[in-house]
Write a new protein. Structure first.
Length: 95
């Protein structure tokens, strides 16, 4: 559904995978000799384009992960600030 498309953009696993893929495939060249079935990517940039990661950089990945983590910290701080600890009032013991 269109309402839930934003969920994909806030996943740390997705951004981690994107960062690892960019790190591994940028500047990589593949050998295209031999019997292959289907289309063959000759460069790492072509392989990244097939996954929809063309035009992304590691700076984008680090920025997205930083925003997600800072947002989680802020939400945690707000949640903890709004909840107060409740203690039982201690009475003096009878003498």
């Amino acid at each position: 559904p269109a309402v839930l498309k934003w969920i994909n953009k806030i996943g740390l696993v997705r951004w981690g995978f994107t960062g690892l893929a960019l790190n591994e495939f940028e500047g990589l060249g593949f050998s295209s000799s031999g019997p292959f079935r289907g289309p063959v990517a000759k460069t790492g940039e072509e392989a990244l384009a097939r996954f929809g990661m063309d035009g992304m950089s590691l700076d984008d990945v680090v920025g997205a992960q930083t925003k997600i983590i800072v947002s989680c910290w802020i939400l945690s701080f707000i949640g903890l600030s709004l909840t107060r600890q409740k203690f039982e009032v201690m009475k003096n013991p009878p003498v």
